[in-house]
Every structure is written in C-alpha cells, then in structure tokens.
Design a protein around this ligand. Structure first.
Ligand SMILES: Cc1ncc(COP(=O)(O)O)c(C=O)c1O
Length: 381
C-alpha cells in the first residue's frame, strides 16, 4: 500500500535533504560545544551557529545580533510573554492564537497580569480599530500572530504594530507559520519581537528563534532560562548546533524559493478546493478567502464529524487543527472564536500543503476525501 498523501504541513514538515546535509557535519566530526573557546572543536561549532544566525537574519531582514536561538516557537512565545510581563501589567492578544500564547497568557493571568482578548471577525482577522480601542487603557505588550496555524488567516500585522507603537506599546508576533509561505521582513512589519520555528519550513524539530528588535529597542525581555549565559546572557543552555545549522539553511531555502513556491502552493491548494467543491455538496471554507497562507485549506463538511472523516481517509494524512491539541476531541478554539457554531467547528478539517506536495498528490487526496465524505453521509443519511 502506498503511503498516504501528507497534507499536514502546518503540523510539521519533512526535512529537506539539503537541510540534512547542512546538519550532518555537526552531528558527526564537528561535534564541539560552541561555548568552548579554547580549541578548534568549539570554534567550528561556534562558526556554524554564527553562520546560521546570519542566514536566518538575512531571511527575515534582521541583523544577526537580533536573533536568539531557542528550542522552538513555543519557547520563543513563552519568552516574549513571561520575559516582559509581571503582576499589574496588561497583555493584549487574540483568542485565535496558538496554545503557546494562550496558555502562557492564562498562566500569566494567574500571576496577576490582566489579559485582554481582542475580538476577531468571522474570518479570524484582528482589526487595527479593535486594537486601538483596547489600547485606550494602555498595555505593556501586544501579541498578535502573523498567520493562523489552523485556518491560515493572515493578520494585518504591519498596521497592528503601528497602532501599538502609536500607544508606545511594544508588539510581538508569532510568525511560526509564515516562514517560507509569506514574505517576511521585520523592517516592513515593524514588529519588536517575532517567534519562529524551524520545523514548519522543512527544517529540524526542536529549534526556533526569538527576534528582538535593537533599534529602536522597545523591549528587554528577561531570560526564561538561566545558566551558562549563552545567547548574550539571554538564553542559557548549550546550543543545538546541528539544529541551528539546519535552521539557517532551511531559512535561506525558504526565503530563496519565495515567491515562486508560494504561487505553486496556492495553485495546488486552489486545485484541491476546486476538485472538492465541484464534487462535494455543503462544503464551506473556514478562514479568510483572500488574506490566507497559500498552503492552507480549512473546510467544513456539514453533517460529517471531522474525527470520523479523518479516520475514514485512507490516502490522506490531515488533521482537524492544531497538532498539539489533536488528542483533544473538543472543537477548535480558533473556529469558535470566529463565531462558527460548535457543529461546524466539529466538522472542519485542515489540509495543508508544502514543498513536496505534487499535483498527483492533490488529485489522489481529493479522490479519497470525496469518497470518504460520501461514505459517511450515506451511513448517517
Ligand atoms: C502559530 C504557531 N505557534 C507556535 C507553534 C509552536 O512551535 P514549536 O513546535 O516550534 O514549539 C506552532 C506549531 O506548532 C504554531 O503553528
């Protein structure tokens, strides 16, 4: 039997072979600790980390000193929030954020931080006006994601950051889903902090970064991890050298392949939509039809529970939303926040494509989804 078509790129991506090549030397002969300043093993590891820092910085329009490597976007999100907020502070964020933000906000609320969740429209977009209104009462930090992992909806981050700055409030964005799918330039976006993750763009798992703007420097997040003082004293712990080397390469490849790759993914995603909508009645798109990641298609099949559909599919690997929460059978918090009813939220699946998805994959996946929805509707009808 053939492997199912992988349409869960927003959960994680396969490692690009070129990324693996960049990592291998640091898993083998160049195994040194980049903090070892007294010998060549340490120097070559350090050189790899600094080269990757330059690559990542170039991919997002930052300077290398603004990049701090972490264990992933979860850590970067936690750091951005816990490092800047304390009792009595006000955090303004949105209800469609990833759990890495929402659960951090919840934990901070228990420590006396006031958390304000902005409303989103029915496509999941946060409006600059809603932010302006919330900032009338001031805040210590605004955190709004760039692109949603479940629906692909893209927020107007540049405008939102401008509103925050009009009120002298620093702005953080979780851009874990954006690298390799959207043009990503911190100068254009104007954000003060940005979370990134390597495994969302054909890099390795367990490595990410927090970008912290230097000029003007509006935030000085305190460390989350204390110890040997790596990452200029702000993030202690021996660096994941092979992971970081892979992240640098993955970021360069992602940046180089845009915009052609975004267009290719959008064409395939739209082909999938046409194949399905032409053959399956009562299918609805979730998320913004226009302001959306080019690889993401979140759809509801009315009367069909997503959990049943995912189990019925034999040729497609997909999910009903965030991978972190997919053992939880509850409806997506993102879709509920968009005002979609519980029934619709429970009948939604996320199909996310990527670098290695082909036209043949899309046609094979569409065939299986059409069959599975038909089978389930016949059974329940
Ligand atoms: C929007 C968003 N933020 C944060 C994360 C967490 O990233 P990581 O797996 O690198 O911790 C993910 C992915 O799971 C994500 O999609």
């Amino acid at each position: 039997m053939r492997d199912p078509v992988y349409l869960d790129y927003n959960a994680t991506t396969p490692l690009d072979g070129r990324v693996l090549e960049a990592m291998l030397p640091y898993l083998k002969e160049h195994f040194g600790n980049p903090s070892s300043a007294t010998h060549a093993y340490g120097w070559s590891a350090e050189a790899a980390v600094e080269a990757a820092r330059e690559e990542l910085a170039a991919a997002i329009g930052a300077s290398p000193e603004e990049i701090f490597f972490t264990s992933g976007a979860t850590e970067a999100d936690n750091w951005a929030l816990f490092g800047t907020l304390g009792p009595g502070d006000r955090l303004v964020t949105s209800p469609t954020e990833h759990e890495a933000i929402l659960e951090s906000a919840l934990a901070l609320a228990r420590r006396g931080v006031e958390v304000v969740l902005l409303p989103v429209d029915r496509h999941g977009v946060v409006s600059p006006d809603a932010l302006r209104e919330a900032l009338g009462e001031g805040a210590a930090l605004v955190s709004i994601m760039l692109a949603n992992n479940e629906t692909g909806t893209v927020n107007p981050v540049r405008e939102l950051a401008e509103v925050a700055h009009e009120h002298m409030v620093p702005f953080h964005t979780d851009a874990a889903q954006a690298l390799g799918k959207l043009p990503l330039d911190v100068g254009v976006l104007g954000v003060d902090m940005m979370s990134l993750s390597a495994h969302k763009c054909c890099g390795p798992k367990g490595v990410g970064a927090l970008y912290i703007r230097r000029r003007p420097r509006r935030v000085h997040p305190a460390p989350l991890l204390y110890g040997g003082g790596q990452e200029r004293g702000l993030r202690s712990g021996t660096l994941n050298v092979p992971g970081i080397a892979g992240f640098g390469r993955a970021a360069t490849l992602a940046a180089e392949s845009l915009p052609g790759e975004a267009e290719r993914m959008r064409d395939l995603r739209d082909l999938l939509w046409r194949e399905l909508s032409g053959r399956v009645p009562d299918m609805l798109l979730n998320g913004d039809p226009e302001r959306r990641l080019p690889n993401t298609l979140n759809v509801s099949f009315s009367g069909v529970a997503a959990s049943d559909l995912l189990a019925e599919l034999t040729a497609v690997a997909a999910s009903s939303g965030s991978a972190c929460a997919s053992s939880d059978p509850g409806p997506s918090h993102v879709l509920l926040a968009m005002g979609l009813g519980e029934e619709r939220a429970r009948s939604s699946i996320r199909l996310s494509l990527g670098r290695f998805t082909t036209r043949e994959d899309v046609l094979r996946a569409a065939e299986d989804i059409v069959r599975a929805v038909g089978t389930l509707r016949t059974l329940s009808g």
